[in-house]
Every structure is written in structure tokens, then in C-alpha cells.
Ligand binder design. Sequence first.
Ligand SMILES: Nc1ncnc2c1ncn2[C@@H]1O[C@H](COP(=O)(O)OP(=O)(O)O)[C@@H](O)[C@H]1O
Ligand SMILES: [Mg+2]
Length: 401
Amino acid sequence: MTGLAWRSRLPGLRFLAVGLALGAASWFVLIGLLLCVALVVTLPLLPHVARVARELAAFERRRVGRFLGTPVPAPPEPPTWDLATVLTDPAVRRDLTWLLFQATGGLLAGAVAVGAPAGAAQNAVIAAVGPFVPGVTTTLDAPVTSWGGAVVALATALGYGAAGWLLVPPLAGWCARVGVARLAPPEPTLVERLAEVTATRADALEAHGNELRRIERSLHDGTQNRLVAVVMHLGMAERALRRDPGAVLPMLLTAQNAASDALAELRDVVRGIHPPVLADRGLTGAVASLVAHCAIPCSYDERPVPRLPAAVEAAAYFVVAEALTNAVKHSGATRITVRLGLDGGLLRVEVVDDGRGGADEALGTGLLGIRHRVAAFDGVTEVDSPAGGPTALRAAIPTGV
Ligand SMILES: Nc1ncnc2c1ncn2[C@@H]1O[C@H](COP(=O)(O)OP(=O)(O)O)[C@@H](O)[C@H]1O
Ligand SMILES: [Mg+2]
């Protein structure tokens, strides 16, 4: 029980410890920014330092997104990194306010989180060796010359442990929330919102058009071809019936095979429009079936999800299907984890593989298709795939219910 509870503290501890390192790095960047401005002649270097700040902020955005399980949207990349951009871009100002927080609050919270277990361990060692080694004191300067002193050192260790135990979750939550508040782009204005809705509507229409073309191609190239073969073989059989009735049977069998193939093709096309497994078993069941048929060992962290609008279920299903296909095709992973859950009005989908990473939307159409599909519901997709791995694809889709 205690072990499990300790483990529940570990993600927060790790988050704060990395925050401590980021806090130290933030100091360097802040000093760099200040020097660039103060020395005037170094002003042209300001965009370069601002870019480093943006990279740190992007790292933090991904980290906070992972910690909270909600992708933090990134600001658009400016077309050029020049002095004018740095001085006018609101995103640069947000990076700066985050740096200030990370260099102070984030650093302090990280120091407390790392210091508490370290202090506990140090005092525990002191309690054990203190009575045997002269001149030893606890980290709070109490002498440990006797067994009584050892008890005081042990109590100090417990005090440090308890402080870490109690403080890590609220501190991690606080740092993550401040990170989101500083780093997420502000709520869009109505005009920006309208532009976004217009763009996603165009995306949705385009996705719909692509889907129609795909279905048309499958029907045209697959099913229609097979049916033409059926008609052709039946025609041949009809002609043979008059001349050579003995040759009819193989032709009829060929026609029958072609008809069966046409049926199978049709079934595939229909499955691609709205997988029947979704209608039969709901989203969780359908995803479980994808997971069960995956070529790489795959675990499924399934939370209860009620029936949702068919379009939302289909979008989430295709997200998982494409992410699994990509993991099998490109990642070289040995394990995949799929998570699905409802969080307020958001359906969250996450597929993580431990493969080589380096997923890039510019290299194919699958990831872009996912982004468009999810954006059509006003949802957010995040692909986190550093070179060397791991790869995580997260999507949050508003369910509209
Ligand atoms: N899980 C993954 N691990 C490693 N690389 C990936 C992963 N997913 C995608 N990629 C890379 O990103 C590219 C784009 O993926 P995608 O848009 O799905 O296109 P496609 O799968 O058709 O190649 C892939 O070609 C591959 O190089
Ligand atoms: Mg793909």
C-alpha cells in the first residue's frame, strides 16, 4: 500500500525535478536576454536568445501536456525571427513571463521537491551513524552524539519525508497550472474563433470530399471490376450453352467466384465508411478489437465511455487505427499503450509506442488526416515524437454531448 502510494508521488516528483533544471536554464536565458538589451550592440542577438526561450517553452508545453494528460496548444511559429517579431509577438511575451515564473516559483518548487527526500535520506543516514562518529549533527544542526540524538535525527528524516509527501502533489499541480496559464495561447476573440471555424469547416468539407473520392475509387476500381467480370463470364456461359454445354460449368464457377469477390470488396468499402464493429460493440469494444489484432504487444487502458455520436466514435476509432498502423509500420516498437477516456466533454485518445520516434506530418498523409478529422470537431491533436522515441499521439475530441 505504502509502496503504491509512493509510486503515485513519483510523476509529480519527476515533473518538479525536471522543472528545477528548467528553472536553472531559465536563469541563463533571462540573463542572456538582459545582456542583449543592456549592451545595445548585442541587440541583433536578441532574436536568437528569444528562440532558445521558445524552445524551452515548447519543451515545457509538451511536458505539462504529458503530466496533465491534456495537450497544451502551441502558438504559431512566426514567419521570421527578427527584432521586430521579438518585440511585437505576444507569444514571445508569454514565453518571457513563463521564464520568469520558472526561474523563481518553478525553481523553488523543484528545490523543495528534490530537497525533501534528499534531506530525509541524509538524516536517516546520520541517525544510523551519528552515535558512532563524534561531531555529527543533523541537517538542522542538532548534535547526534547519543541514541537520543539519533532519535531526533530520525524524527528530522521523517519530518523531511512527510513534508515531501504532502507538498509534492500540490506543488506539481501548481507548477503545471501556471505553466498552462502562461504558455497556452489566450482564448481567441470571436473574430479569430470565426476564422478558425471557417477553416475547420473547409477542412471538414475537404476531408468529406476525400472520403467520397476514396469510396468512389474503391467502388470503381474494385467492386465494379469484379461485377464486370461476373457479367462477362455469364455472357460467355450463355453463348457456350448453345454450342458446348459441357464448358458452361467452369464459366459459371468463375462468375460465382467473381461475385463473391465483389461482395467481399463491398463489405470492405462499407467497413471503411463506418466500421460495423463500432455499431456492434461501441467505441471501447471496437478499440479493444484493434488492440487485440495489433502485430506489436499492445496494452489497453480502458475507462468506461458511454455511447457517443457516431461521427465522434468513428473519428476516435480512425485515430487509434492510424496510430497503431503507423507504430507497426514505422516505429520498430516493442510495446504500445492505448488509452481512451472521457474527461468532461472531451474524449481523450492516446497511443504511445516505445519505438524510434521521428514521426513527421510532412512525410505522409495519415497524421495530417488525423489532424483534419479531429479539427473538424474542434478538437486538438498532438504528436510528440522526438528522434530516438518514444512516440505519443494524443487527441482530445469534444463529444458535443
Ligand atoms: N509511430 C511512429 N514512429 C516512427 N515514425 C513514425 C510513426 N508514425 C509516423 N512516423 C513517420 O512519420 C511519417 C508520416 O506518417 P503518416 O502521416 O501516417 O504517413 P504514412 O504512414 O502514410 O507514411 C511516416 O512516413 C513515418 O516516417
Ligand atoms: Mg500512416
